[in-house]
Structure formats: C-alpha cells, structure tokens
Design a binder for this molecule. Structure first.
Ligand code: HEC
Ligand code: HEC
Length: 144
C-alpha cells in the first residue's frame, strides 16, 4: 500500500515536471489570435489547446506546423498554414453561438443545462462521423 502511494506521488510529480517542461517551450507572447482575447493568459490559452487536443484525440501538429514528437520550441504556432487551424476558429465561434444564442432559449432540465464543448460532437476524433457510418464500419470489421 505504501509503495502504491509512493508511485502515485512519483507519477504526479513527473506529470507536473513534464507539463512545466512542455509549456516552457511555448512562446509567452501570442501574435495571431483572432478569437481568443489578445490578453489571454498563457495558462488559459494552453488549457484551451489541451482541451482541443483531448476532445479531438489529436496532437498539437493536427492544427499547427511542426513535426510530431519534435520539441514544441520548433513549432510555428502563429502560422495559419494548416486549414484545420482555421476550421478550429470557426468551431470556436459556432460553439459560442450554440451556447449563448440557442441553448439560452430553451427550458433546461432540473439540475441545469449543459454547455456544448468540442468533445460533445467530436468525442475523441478529429472528424466526427455519423452514427450509422460508425455502425456500418463496425459491422464490416465484425464480418472479417
Ligand atoms: C484543433 C486545432 C488545434 C489544436 C489541436 C491545437 N491548437 Fe493551438 N491554436 C489553435 C487555434 C485555432 C489558435 C488561434 C486561436 C485564435 O485565433 O484566437 C491556436 C493558437 C495557439 C497558440 C498562439 C499562437 C500565436 O502566437 O498566435 C499557441 C502557442 C498554441 N496554439 C499552442 C498549442 C499547443 C501547445 C497545442 C498542443 C497541446 C495546440 N496549440 C493544439 C488550434 C489548435
Ligand atoms: C456541434 C458539433 C460540433 C462541435 C461543438 C465542434 N465540432 Fe468540430 N466538427 C464538427 C463536424 C460535424 C465536423 C466535420 C465537418 C465536415 O468536414 O463535414 C467538424 C470538423 C472539425 C475540424 C476539421 C477536421 C478535419 O479533419 O478537417 C476541426 C479542426 C474541428 N472540428 C475542431 C473543433 C474544435 C476545436 C471544437 C471546439 C471549439 C469543435 N470542433 C467543436 C462538429 C462539431
């Protein structure tokens, strides 16, 4: 039991260390923000980027110019070269519109309504598929 606790503490420290290392390689000033406020804190911006990555099940280079596995200091984050980055901006605006304009108008169930986030639709994939297509794919795999 004690060694379990020790492992948990060790891994949490490693996690914190890795996060600190990772964010130190990301610039402190942002040059090309069009949706987030220009004075957003680095912590908040990175929390959003991590949320994008987890919700879509992708790495930073899905939207940013950089090699998978290469140090983040070699990435060109301000670049708009990848079309997925601009799509993500449109998705951010869409999410805000759904929450602030549409979901505000409905009567919520007891306990309050939920807000739509990237994960609501994406559920861990970059390209959300229709449920029937996912099912059809599964059926094909089962037949093999
Ligand atoms: C789904 C696409 C997507 C993913 C994945 C993503 N980003 Fe971003 N990132 C964006 C978008 C969109 C912007 C610009 C937001 C705006 O215009 O306000 C941005 C902006 C940034 C910026 C600011 C660049 C500048 O100077 O203007 C940094 C730094 C950044 N991302 C880091 C990361 C890191 C680190 C990761 C991986 C943990 C990551 N991003 C993953 C879409 C993404
Ligand atoms: C209401 C559902 C919904 C929400 C919420 C949503 N998305 Fe999407 N997203 C989609 C759909 C559907 C597509 C596929 C569109 C197409 O190509 O037909 C997509 C496509 C994308 C793509 C393009 C993927 C590619 O392979 O080109 C990116 C990037 C993306 N979304 C990022 C985001 C981010 C980041 C968020 C949260 C800010 C978000 N999405 C929230 C439904 C959603």
């Amino acid at each position: 039991m004690r060694s379990m606790v020790r492992y948990v503490i060790l891994f949490s420290c490693l996690g914190l260390f890795a996060t600190a290392l990772g964010t130190a390689q990301i610039p402190d000033e942002f040059k090309n923000l069009m949706v987030f406020p220009k004075d957003i804190s680095k912590d908040e911006l990175i929390a959003n980027m991590k949320n994008f990555s987890i919700s879509l099940g992708v790495r930073c280079n899905f939207c940013h110019v950089g090699e998978e596995g290469a140090p983040l200091s070699s990435f060109d984050f301000p670049s708009d070269e990848k079309p997925t980055k601009n799509t993500a901006r449109i998705m951010l605006r869409m999410k805000k519109e759904i929450n602030d304009t549409f979901l505000k108008q409905i009567q919520h169930h007891e306990g309050g309504g939920i807000q739509v986030d990237c994960s609501t639709c994406h559920r861990g994939t970059g390209h959300p598929a229709k449920a029937e297509d996912i099912l059809a794919d599964l059926m094909k795999k089962m037949k093999k």
